[in-house]
Design a protein around this ligand. Structure first.
Ligand SMILES: Nc1nc2c(c(=O)[nH]1)N[C@H]1C(S)=C(S)[C@@H](COP(=O)(O)O)O[C@H]1N2
Ligand SMILES: [Mo]
Length: 398
């Protein structure tokens, strides 16, 4: 009906960059190599991580595409892409991070359920589109409204992809109306990524971007927007993407006891080195990314090259050469910062990175203390181990 449909198999998947590391093939889940991630502040579209729960939807006729806004509102409306593009266009640079980022390292402690990810299940893009607050206004919901006169308190986004978790139904999620109708929250209905038309993998023709919130709420291939009284009852809100304590296992879990995860916590990772890496003796440059949720900028990134005894502060930047100042109005509040520091490393040492956000939240020291059965939000100190390549490693004569 809306001009976009979810196929039932994987015969119509789009082409993908050969550099991506595939964590699951069907549905397609892939991330770029660590060093590719930090080669630019803006992540190129083809290297941006792809996180799917079903086959990629197909748009047969963009002219026929409509997104409807309905439910507990005065006016139900159906908007074409032209209607959406008629609204003021905003560009928001925001980091999208999957809650499962760094899951593999958590599963090394104790088994968790979910697709394994290294440290690259995130990316930083400039999203172009209409503000959701402007779209809601067309349906009769004034800006900054927390509840409609019909009792609507949540905004549900429904897609068209077919997910096995939803028993073949579409992916869906919701955010509070107070956030959706707040222009300062920068929630977008995005049709562009890095200045180009959104590609199929990232939600063509239209997706939601909820800055500062786990990626799971940024619904791709938008079909309907429903104004509802309670939060969305879909699988990905109620039976997934919730944070449980280490004591909860699959035998004693009670999903209702926790709220769906929204903001992501402070996070950072070293991307210039693999988990165990061989480096030349002496000085090396360590670099990576740091980001926090909820619009809390990064205050500091601390690096240790001796397993956490001595710490030094890394340089942070968003534009190369321009120092990052967290509360400066020119710093992009939803975007990551990249960090860099030159250090002298001893043979066989552990290098650690930890970030501190503007609210002085700091990453937890050990993954054990935040282990959870779904393996989400592994934000523990990022550790890598380096061994020096001896300068005169003899090469075998062929
Ligand atoms: N319709 C739909 N939207 C979705 C998903 C999905 O499977 N289907 N995955 C979500 C999750 S878990 C994440 S992390 C992000 C990933 O966005 P990306 O693939 O554009 O990087 O999309 C979110 N939106
Ligand atoms: Mo995700």
């Amino acid at each position: 009906m809306s001009g976009v449909r979810g196929p039932s198999d994987y015969t119509h998947e789009p082409p993908r960059h050969p550099c991506l590391r595939i964590n699951a093939k069907e549905p397609f889940n892939a991330e770029p190599p660590r060093d590719a991630l930090i080669s630019s502040f803006i992540t190129p579209v083809d290297l941006f991580f792809k996180r799917n729960h079903g086959p990629i939807p197909i748009v047969d006729d963009i002219e026929r595409y409509r997104v409807s806004i309905r439910g507990l509102v005065k006016n139900s409306i159906h908007l074409s892409m032209a209607d959406i593009k008629n609204l003021p266009k905003y560009s928001v640079t925001a980091t999208l991070q999957c809650a499962g980022n760094r899951r593999t390292a958590m599963s090394n402690i104790r088994t968790v359920r979910g697709v394994g990810w290294d440290v690259s299940a995130l990316g930083n893009a400039t999203w172009g589109g209409a503000k959701l607050s402007d779209v809601l206004e067309l349906a009769g919901i004034p800006k900054l409204m927390g509840v409609t006169s019909y009792g609507g308190k949540h905004v549900e986004f429904v897609s068209v992809d077919r997910c096995k978790e939803e028993e073949g139904g579409p992916y869906k999620a919701s955010i509070p109306l107070s956030q959706a109708a707040n222009p300062a929250a920068d929630v977008l209905l995005a049709y562009e990524m890095n200045g180009e038309v959104l590609i199929r993998d990232h939600g063509y023709p239209l997706r939601v971007i909820v800055p500062g919130v786990i990626g799971a709420r940024s619904v791709k291939w938008l079909d309907n927007i429903n104004i509802i009284a309670e939060e969305c009852q879909g699988f990905f809100m109620q039976k997934d993407y919730k944070m449980f304590p280490p004591s909860v296992n699959w035998d004693n879990i009670i999903w209702d006891t926790r709220k769906p995860q929204m903001d992501f916590p402070v996070q950072c990772a070293i991307c210039s080195l693999e988990d165990v890496d061989v480096v030349k003796q002496g000085k090396i440059t360590i670099s990576g990314y740091a980001v926090s949720g909820g619009g809390r900028g990064i205050e500091r990134v601390d690096i240790s090259v001796d397993g956490g005894k001595i710490w030094l502060e890394a340089n942070r930047y968003q534009k190369p050469g321009v120092p990052y100042i967290p509360d400066d109005i020119t710093s992009e509040k939803w975007a990551w910062v990249l960090f860099k520091v030159d250090v002298e490393v001893a043979n066989n040492s552990e290098i650690i990175a930890k970030a501190v956000d503007m609210a002085a939240n700091v990453q937890p020291e050990n993954v054990e203390s935040i282990w959870n059965l779904r393996g989400i939000l592994n934000t523990s100190w990022h550790r890598v181990r380096v061994q020096n390549a001896s300068p005169a490693t003899p090469r075998s004569n062929l």
